[in-house]
Design a protein around this ligand. Structure first.
Ligand SMILES: [Zn+2]
Length: 227
């Protein structure tokens, strides 16, 4: 169909022309473009290739409707608000469900080691890519961390999380954002109210299994909560 035909039809029907032109594809382009430009400047060719392949793959992927919106702006408060809205009272917290309810699609992909996870915003939704080579507990934490960037509105379009060592030298790195995303992830996966009830009654190893987190992450959490 030609554009002039489309315009004529839309006049007949009283609809905007935009209504007929696949909006998802039209709107997704610019988001991926800024990310592609950023990784093109990195001195890590396999890394850039992996991210470009990921963008190609998600460009037409469906996004879940956002059913939960978050009003809180502080990391812990935002995580608590989500758990309350999802009526989550017992561990483990399913990050896949949390992501879906927030309108975020999650993809586990065999990224290079230097890439831990990334988030690509699309309007009120987002895509998360997480490195499938990581241990499952690490992937869960990475997804929760990216959801922190998402609900705390840390980046307009995208956010890349590099595996250890590269931080500080990479574009857009902001330690305050990283700390906030980690605080959000810790409260989401190891909610203070649940952990305080459980911590005195069982061992670290059993507790880590119950919350489906690493013993290291749980150890940090208990120390931070003064337990
Ligand atoms: Zn991050």
């Amino acid at each position: 169909m030609r554009v002039d035909e489309l315009v004529a039809i839309s006049r007949e029907l009283g609809e905007e022309v935009d209504y007929f032109i696949a909006p998802a594809r039209e709107q997704r382009g610019p988001v991926g473009v800024t990310l592609r430009a950023e990784v093109a400047d990195l001195q890590l060719p396999d890394f850039s290739a992996a991210i470009n392949a990921f963008i190609d793959e998600i460009e037409d992927a469906p996004l879940p409707p956002a059913r939960v919106t978050v009003k809180a702006t502080k990391p812990e408060a935002a995580a608590k608000e989500i758990l309350t809205k999802l009526n989550k009272l017992r561990p483990p917290v399913d990050v896949q469900v949390v992501a879906r309810e927030l309108g975020v699609a999650v993809f586990a992909r065999p990224f290079p080691n230097a890439l831990s996870a990334l988030i690509l915003r699309h309007g009120k939704n987002a895509f998360i890519g997480v490195n499938s080579h990581q241990a499952p507990v690490r992937q869960r934490f990475s997804v929760a961390h990216e959801l922190g960037h998402f609900v705390l509105h840390h980046a307009d379009h995208h956010f890349i999380d590099y595996a250890g060592g590269l931080e500080g030298e990479v574009p857009g790195y902001d330690w305050e954002h990283e700390r906030a995303a980690n605080q959000f992830a810790a409260e989401l996966l190891m909610p203070e109210a649940m952990v305080k009830k459980d911590a005195r009654t069982t061992s670290l190893a059993r507790l880590a299994r119950r919350y489906d987190v690493s013993q290291e992450a749980l150890g940090f959490r208990l120390a931070n909560l003064g337990l």
